[in-house]
Design a protein around this ligand. Sequence first.
Ligand code: 7GP
Length: 834
Amino acid sequence: KGVEKWPRGEEKVWKDGLRGVDKDIPDITKSFVHHVQTSLARQAYNLDEAGAYQAAALSARDNLLVNWNETQLHFNAKPTKRAYYLSLEFLMGRTLDNALLNLGLKDKYTDGINKLGFGLEDLLEQERDAALGNGGLGRLAACYLDSSASQELPVWGYGLRYQYGIFQQLIGPDGSQLEAPDPWLQHDNPWEIPRADVTYEIRFYGHSERVDGMKAVWSGGQEVLAMAYDVMIPGYDTKNTNNLRLWESKPKRGFDLNSFNAGDYERAVESSNSAAAITSVLYPNDHTTFGKELRLKQQYFWTAASLSDILRRFKNLGKPIGEFPEYVSIQLNDTHPTLAIPELMRILVDEEDLSWDSAWDIVTRTFFFTNHTVLPEALEKWPVTLMQQLLPRHMQIIFDINMIFLQAVEKKFPGDRDKLARMSLIEEGFPQNVRMANLACIGSRKVNGVAELHSELLKATIMKDFVEFFGTDKFFNVTNGITPRRWLDQCNPRLSQLISETLKLPKASFLKDLSQLEGLLKHVDEPGLIKKWAAVKQSNKERLAHYVETTTGHQINTQAMFDVQIKRLHEYKRQTLNILGVIYRYLKIKAMTPAERKKVNPKVVFFAGKAAPGYYIAKLTIRLIVNVARIINVDPDTKDLLSLFFLPDYSVSLAEILIPASDISQHISTAGTEASGTSNMKFCLNGGLLVGTVDGANIEIAEEVGEQNVFFFGHLTPAVEDLRYQHMYHPVPIEQKCPELANVINEVSSGRFGDGGVYEPLLNTIRQNDYYLLTEDFDSYIKALKLVDEAYQDRTEWIKKSIRTTAKMGKFSSDRAIQDYAQECWNIESNKLP
Ligand code: 7GP
């Protein structure tokens, strides 16, 4: 009759036992105390802030779980198409604050926790960031999960549960970056549910034997277990709560009893150690690949476990396997999960007995591929020999895919050997390599870049041959987005409140439809708003100043302009341009008369960001920044007008303090190198202005807010290639090309900021072929900064620019981006819990 029978026992008894979501303060305090008593085995007498955080987190988690459970039941009730976001990185940051805001319970928790003698804000500070990512790609994945849940879309994330997240960054006595591990799971993690019952066996090595035609049997080798941990992803202002499933590797057998009995204890635990190693650590490289076996193991382990899980869920629907793409879409976050393509082929051909062609048809309707960079050093390649050894069956499948594909290319473009060589999945040479981007492209239904310019560049460069082969329809753009819940309401509650008062709308209204911020435009000229807007910025600057004072002991002039560049250290992002610009400014001020100095706009420059541990030049840049700061921050001639901070150990939580406090931020990559950037969007949403190159999403931001509100400088993308050619073949000495910069470089080199010799390798990258074109852009960069100073003198006009900028950020909500994916790729629909 369409009514399911109650599965077991007495329905009423079950239902009476169920807990709902806490609604009132007494529910909250009760659940807090209950967790103190039973989960933590403590009492009011011996509860410190760390314990109180745990109790608050456990109580919030109970609420999330109620919704999580209902969501899963709801989506399982009828066959629904689902999308899966496969990402090797999820840079989640802290959870408690976000959970309370999304549940709509923050105010009640604040009051309840007060009654128990603690302050919620203090407890929030107790939480450690979940930092399972390097930078932009990982944080984007986290924003996308928030938006999927908030829009009630059936989307799950799949990733790895690394024992160690991104390393902790310390600054050594000589100013260099030092790395320490990030044992983030040392204390109990209340935000995950171990699922000992959800495990899969994953095979490595062994051999593959063809049976008939395209089919084969893969056996032998080593088997490890993948165990699931579920992380709740609450939507904002909805009960819908999605799931992020992270896999942990475990030995299939605890240890080898035979070796143990033979007295070889070391051998007995060897395989269990090697299994556990797979998910031990996040690779800290951003935009580079090293071809390490353990990394390939991570990739296969994760894609194989995720696919098994997805397939099991699909099979529960009782539909024929041919309908798989009608119920499943899988987004590949860059090439890291590309092995999912040959893995699904293997399952369909070898285990499900499908013909090669039907299997390939299913595969190419299931996957979608997002590229996040055009930098050549980031294009993943794996040595064929390594792949053959670790994944013999997958290597066969890749060869077969390649053979069939190249036949089709040959048919379409007869005799074009160069094209075949470029499009092949195998790069010839010693060693031969598998090109993961080519595989991801041909195995996916669609391919996208992450901002307009980047998507165009993709089509014109690394995907050019593929565009000619497949046609342009397969290639499209989804400009990145950010979640306004974390990046406005959570990190800048005062601004969120002011916007709500100004628009006369509840926060939930614009936090769910960010285009409503446009309503601010009507109020730009109101003196009342201008004053309040300035006051919010000021209080955020004071919050940052307080952080700096408590962590470094330095006092900051909060009346000064705050200028911020926070992102991974990379030559293409040109932190070096920024620090050389700071030195230029310092030297200028030094040379001024006291009267001239009176006219200078005081400025505090902030840097933060990690360098990959093996990236020598990037680490030298950090060292230079730190040592320049040590000189100029104590120089009595300049210190009131210019100070400089490198804040160590950049994280999501630190970004939440820095971004709302910025007057201006720097997004100054060489044109055509930054695929999108997402912090640029965060700064603008919080009313900070940009100085930047015509690159990535800067361009679309300027389109929205108007070029008069962005400080652009530098050469444009089409010029870059020619300039590099000039540098290579017709070099002009730096003294001639850019005397101001030459002077700055000489000051560094002559030891003004400590041993100049140390920085020679860094300075030589500029003196020699200057691949990132600092000598080409330095002069226009300095001019742009001058315009920034001038604009800042008229504070009222500046605040108006700030309001206009915030007002026009609607496009950059990750809700919009997720809708683009849901419609262009996944073909899934919202499904709200009653
Ligand atoms: C980054 C891009 O560099 C950045 O421009 C973009 O905003 C972000 O992805 C999100 O799309 N790329 C990475 O973080 C990365 O690791 C190599 O790319 C695969």
